[in-house]
Write a protein that binds this ligand. Structure first.
Ligand code: GCO
Length: 451
């Protein structure tokens, strides 16, 4: 057993779950197959200039047709869990109304295949691919979308509730709010700045209605979240930068965690939330079985110049190695986040890291080997950061690597590779990377060590 494998599993508690994560629009392709309706990402990627390489998710990894081949990869990896997302427009092409049977049947087959392979399904109900018809009606700016989401959740719970092990209703409501509605870099690119804040409330209300629907269906699995959280670090010792970083922590972290975990909004932002807030917060703060958290790196923050539309600017957290995407590699930031959350939220349920990973574009060498040592080093360091947080009192129960396979990286198209499996996007050939074998060794070593 290699030393890195040994080190990576040291300090993890019994019953710790290892998994991988993906998302429907990023891997499935089959954009119009079997009655699927258009999503805001089908619309967004069709607009010239939106995606850096001009690509779309029309084919992606063609997982919709190659799912059984990918299931063999998941089986070979031997991890405990696999997180995928359900494309709402496959289940309800226009976001409401009767189930599109062929669309839901795809996920039915996938869940059964995972269980047959001894893998626990973790289902995300919303990973950004909103039915376009709902966006046409206001999208997440409209309370109705949250109501439709609760109805959609009930339909999925009815079909899959007896077999899915973990539920993540909404993936990264902060990214959707800020990058999709306040700014324009992700779909639906509304560019509303602070007028986007009601979106946060409606996404959280959607989360609450989905939790209510899942509980009403007596689903057998655990219900949680999958929110992107990042420590906000001031880029200098100035009071202005410290104040700007505190504001970003409130806007990016607390605005989405406090309602769920404390049943209230941060004072600075509560007035921006559309009513009936008190009634909605009772739904939003229903007890959860786990808190799913996506971590990549800290955010560097400085005060914005006088007169800026927003009181902060993001900046590079310098002095660290970076991934192929230019993101700083800061495992200690994960330990800080996990221990801070544990201190900040007394009633915090067990944490599952629902995403962590890195982009490096290593491809097959002349022998067909993808020698992505940089990814192995990244994963090893972040698993040890989890163990450090656990040693400091954080209750972390699982780690899901983003991602099983290279996929469509949103506005960056296919220019970034996060997978344990390399995908040739011309031939769609899958090639497990060295990090795939390393991760499989980690899972085996962990099981041997805790057997
Ligand atoms: C998320 C993301 C993923 C990204 C990954 C790398 O859910 O956190 O949007 O879909 O591909 O985080 O950026």
């Amino acid at each position: 057993m290699s030393s890195t494998v040994q080190r990576a599993v040291g300090g993890l508690p019994p019953g710790f779950l290892f998994g991988t994560s993906t998302a429907s629009y990023q891997i499935e392709g089959a954009a119009t197959a079997d009655g699927k309706g258009p999503s805001i990402w089908d619309t967004f990627t069709a607009e010239p200039g939106r995606i850096v390489d001009g690509s779309t998710g029309d084919v992606a990894c063609d997982h919709y047709h190659r799912w059984s081949e990918d299931l063999e990869l998941i089986r070979r990896l031997g991890a405990d869990g696999y997180r995928f997302s359900i494309a709402w427009p496959r289940v309800q092409p226009s976001g409401s109304g009767p189930v599109n049977e062929a669309g839901l049947a795809f996920y039915d087959r996938l869940v059964d295949g995972l269980l047959e392979a001894g893998v626990q399904p973790m289902a995300t109900l919303y990973h950004w691919d909103l039915p376009q018809a709902l966006e046409d009606g206001g999208g997440w700016l409209s309370r109705d979308t949250a109501l439709r989401f609760g109805e959609y959740a009930a339909l999925v719970a009815d079909r899959l509730g007896d077999r899915v092990a973990h539920w993540c209703p909404v993936n990264e409501p902060n990214v959707v709010t800020m990058n999709g509605y306040a700014l324009t870099d992700l779909a639906p690119a509304r560019g509303l700045l602070f007028d986007a804040l009601p979106v946060a409330h409606h996404l959280l209300l959607g989360h609450g209605l989905a939790v209510q629907a899942l509980r009403a269906a007596s689903v057998s699995g655990q219900i949680g979240t999958a929110t992107n959280h990042q420590p906000a670090w001031p880029l200098s010792g100035s009071e202005a930068d410290a104040a700007a970083a505190a504001f970003v922590d409130t806007l990016w972290n607390r605005l989405f965690a406090d309602p769920v975990l404390l049943g209230r909004y941060p004072d600075e932002l509560a007035a921006a939330m559309p009513g009936p807030v008190a009634e909605d917060l009772a739904l939003i703060s229903q007890p959860l079985d786990f808190y799913g958290l996506n971590y990549y790196n800290p955010i560097g923050v400085r005060a914005a110049p006088e007169g800026s539309p927003v009181p902060f600017e993001n900046g590079e957290v310098g002095g660290y190695p970076t991934t192929g995407f230019g993101w700083p590699i800061v495992p200690a930031g994960l330990t800080e986040l996990l221990t801070d959350f544990t201190a900040r939220y007394p009633g915090l349920p067990p944490i599952i890291l629902t995403e962590n990973g890195c982009s490096f574009d290593t491809g097959p060498d002349d022998d067909g080997v993808v020698d992505d040592q940089a990814r192995i080093d990244y994963l090893d360091a972040h698993l040890r950061a989890v163990a450090d947080a656990i040693a400091a009192g954080a209750d972390v129960r699982g780690y899901y690597c983003w991602s099983l396979m290279d996929n469509f990286e949103w506005a960056d198209g296919y220019t970034q590779r996060f997978g344990l499996v390399h995908v040739d996007f011309d031939t769609l050939v899958r090639t497990p990377k060295r990090s795939f074998d390393w991760y499989a060794d980690v899972v085996r070593a962990y099981r041997a060590g805790t057997a």
